[in-house]
Design a protein around this ligand. Structure first.
Ligand SMILES: Nc1ncnc2c1ncn2[C@@H]1O[C@H](COP(=O)(O)OP(=O)(O)OP(=O)(O)O)[C@@H](O)[C@H]1O
Length: 722
């Protein structure tokens, strides 16, 4: 009877997929065994000659066993029944010879099969892993790490049982069954016919059970992934778990997943056991039928006891391969659940790829040069342009970047700032081509970055992400991964420039000290400086730093800034940050909000203007104005059309990319009063007063509201974007 689950998943490939070929999480496609097999069969290329040898060995071993049984019949009839020792030696020697040959062939076949199996597992894992490496960031946000881990480990091994072991096992069982069947017919065709009549019972039993086992196996695999996820998440956040006393809650989470696994596992064992017992009963029926017919034949003198014993021995040999052929169905059904989970991963498409080589490439241009033979003189100057870029994350309701444009000249330092969720990190993803824009383009030295092979682009643009990448390796290797093959001297120079050398040499084994992603051996600041050394060693013309001082205290941040400036000198640098310590040095500051640039200019000018940047700057020292919640005005025409009330003591206004060309110049308020504390924030605004301005400009007694009418905090009643 079909279960609700099987009914739900009954149609092949019924998982919903989005435009990137991804299935909804947990919605692995249901596929036919044939489809799954065809999908992974190409990975056996180069191993197929080996598979053929294994099959030949399987044939040899089966022939040897068949011959051994025939010799047993001969021994029974000639040596045992007649009690003649003379008749013993010749068939005994022959039997021994056959057994030795069978053992050698069996050993060779099994060893080769194990080797092929492991090769296949390694290939498959490499294939899936290299595919996963190219998947876009949102794929990893949609899938739990532990679940991916389980797909790359146990599911990969499960597929092996379908493709290699399954095939080898099926071939060897089929040959054995065939030879034993021929020998049985040759011995006594009537007994053999009685046996074969009952053989389909095995097949019927296996078919019935494999359907039931399929659903249970899927549930088991999913639960296995969930358990790995919970353990991985829990251990990864062990400090948080302990600090918040979440031990019991975490155990509860694990127990919930473990319960699902337990149910699936027990049910699977029960089904397998029930199948085994049923098969035993079917076998007993077959044996009794044969003995019954044999007894009758002996009584009529048409058969000898030796023949009956030999025939029974054949049955003993014949049933295991018949049974394993039937059981293979069950094994393959269970393995198919793993295949479905891997196919879900393999069907997810990378969001970007390498460009097609151009037919008439200019060998002197770094962008379109011979992509396989990059010349060092092709190093770009580092001019970056983001031109009219709009972008929406797959599955998102809103664009994260809206027609955004800016340029950075070679060697310039540009700081990109703005409230949380404004789209700052998304800009870095465009530059590094984690995604391509939906509209517009990103250019490096005037050439679209999409024209560069990804590896080349990422050589030219180095990203220093928020999270520090730490490999489980030595300090030396952790720095050297910025430029594989770098000399020790270059590594140390990079470490010195990053202010890391001093603490590294104080480590127990200096540059050879083993570090670990979760080790407490190095502080956050030290890890950041290692990352900086890696970036220095990489020596690319463009640097993108995403929140380089996040998670560092003021002292560590200050320590980090000095070598950071060293790294930035002479390179095009784009710093994405809430921390405005670097802003005074910037050639330009871009203030981003809701995917648009709302202000640009130099630090002093923007402060004087008293606009979005000035508010952000103040918020750094004001707990009331958390930049995560602070909203900034948009640069839409309608927003910018109003004029703020004139005030004495105003600062100078300056044009910006955001305001230039629309005939409107915001009037800034130099030295505006700091924002009010929560207790001081009044309640009525703006209808009654008509005041439009930033909080620091609001007359006392008026609720602070943004110039475009939006509330200060997101959780206030909604505002309507004009
Ligand atoms: N994978 C994703 N899928 C859907 N939306 C996303 C995804 N990643 C980011 N976003 C959305 O895109 C917008 C911009 O995100 P982004 O990470 O660029 O902001 P940010 O300015 O860097 O924020 P923060 O300063 O907090 O890092 C946000 O509204 C965010 O919710």
């Amino acid at each position: 009877m079909p279960t609700a689950y099987s009914e739900y998943r009954a149609r092949e490939g019924d998982g919903e997929r989005d435009e990137h070929g991804e299935y909804e999480t947990g919605d692995a496609p249901v596929i036919a065994t044939r489809t799954a097999f065809r999908r992974f069969w190409p990975l056996t290329r180069g191993l197929r000659a080996g598979l053929l040898c294994v099959w030949l060995c399987a044939i040899g071993a089966a022939l040897a066993e068949t011959e051994a049984i025939l010799l047993f019949s001969d021994l029974t009839d000639n040596a045992l029944e007649k009690g003649s020792l003379g008749a013993f030696w010749s068939p005994a020697a022959e039997w021994l010879g056959v057994a030795v040959v069978g053992a050698i062939v069996g050993y060779a076949g099994n060893s080769l099969a194990s080797w092929l199996t492991e090769c296949f597992v390694m290939r498959l894992r490499d294939h899936v892993f290299s595919h996963v490496q190219r998947l876009p960031p949102h794929f990893f946000q949609r899938h739990r790490q532990g679940d991916l881990l389980s797909r790359l480990t146990s599911d990969v091994e499960a597929i092996e049982t379908m493709v290699v072991s399954g095939l080898v096992g099926a071939a060897s069982a089929a040959f054995s069954a065939l030879f034993y069947a021929i020998a049985a017919i040759w011995l006594r065709w009537d007994l053999a016919a009685a046996t074969f009549v009952l053989a389909p019972l095995f097949w019927l039993a296996a078919r019935r059970f494999s359907g039931l086992l399929g659903d249970v196996s899927r549930a088991g695999r999913a639960a296995d992934g969930a358990i790995t996820s919970v353990v991985e998440e829990s251990l990864g956040n062990i400090v948080l778990t302990q600090a918040y006393g979440r031990g019991d809650a975490e155990r509860g989470r694990l127990k919930k997943e473990a319960d699902s696994w337990f149910r699936a596992s027990v049910r699977s064992q029960r089904l397998t056991e029930a199948y085994e017992q049923l098969v035993q009963v079917i076998e007993t029926v077959c044996v009794l039928a044969v003995i019954g017919i044999g007894a009758w034949e002996i009584s009529t003198g048409r058969m000898t006891l030796g023949q009956l014993l030999a025939f029974s021995a054949f049955l003993g040999y014949l049933y295991p391969p018949v049974r394993s052929l039937a059981q293979l169905n069950l094994t393959i059904t269970a393995a198919k659940a793993g295949a479905e989970r891997l196919i879900e991963v393999l069907d997810a498409q990378p969001s970007v790829g390498d460009p097609e080589p151009l037919p008439y490439a200019d060998p002197h241009s770094f962008a379109y040069g011979n992509m396989n033979t990059y010349q060092p003189e092709g190093r770009p100057q580092g001019a970056v342009e983001v031109r009219n870029v709009s972008f929406r994350y797959p599955g998102a309701d809103e664009d994260s970047l809206k027609n955004l444009s800016f340029t950075v000249q070679p060697g310039e330092l540009v700081v990109v700032t703005g409230p949380s969720g404004a789209g700052k990190s998304t800009i870095s993803k465009m530059l590094l081509r984690f995604y391509d824009p939906d509209h517009g383009s990103v250019l490096l030295d005037g050439a679209p970055v999409s024209g560069l092979p990804l590896a080349r682009l990422r050589e030219h643009i180095t990203l220093l992400p928020q999270e520090t990448l730490v490999l489980h390796d030595t300090v030396r290797a952790n720095i050297a991964c910025g430029r594989p093959g770098a000399s020790d001297r270059a590594i140390m120079e990079a470490a010195r420039a990053a202010d890391a050398h001093d603490f590294v040499v104080r480590l127990p084994e200096g540059y050879d000290t083993l570090v670990d992603p979760h080790s407490a051996q190095l502080s956050g600041g030290q890890l950041q400086r290692l990352a900086l050394a890696r970036a220095i060693l990489r020596d690319s013309p463009v640097l993108v730093l995403d929140e380089p001082t996040t998670g560092l205290d003021a002292m560590a941040a200050r320590r980090f800034v000095k070598p950071l400036r060293r790294l930035m000198s002479g390179r095009t640098t784009i710093v994405i940050t809430h921390d405005l310590d670097l802003a005074p040095d910037a050639d330009r500051i871009l203030v981003v909000d809701r995917g648009r640039i709302v202000e640009t200019g130099r630090h002093e000018d923007l402060l004087v203007r008293g606009g979005a940047y000035a508010r952000l700057h103040q918020s750094q020292h004001n707990p009331l104005m958390d930049t995560g919640e602070l909203r900034l005005p948009l640069s839409s025409t309608q927003t910018l059309r109003f004029a703020w009330p004139a005030r004495s003591g105003r600062g100078t206004s300056s044009s910006s990319e955001a305001t230039r060309g629309n005939g409107w110049e915001p009037i800034g308020y130099g030295g505006g009063a700091p924002a009010q504390s929560a207790a001081d924030v009044p309640t009525r605004y703006p209808e009654e007063t008509g005041f439009l301005g930033y909080p620091q400009d609001a007359p006392r007694g008026i609720l602070t509201r943004l110039p475009d009418g939006r509330p200060l905090f997101r959780d206030e009643p909604p505002w309507h974007e004009s």
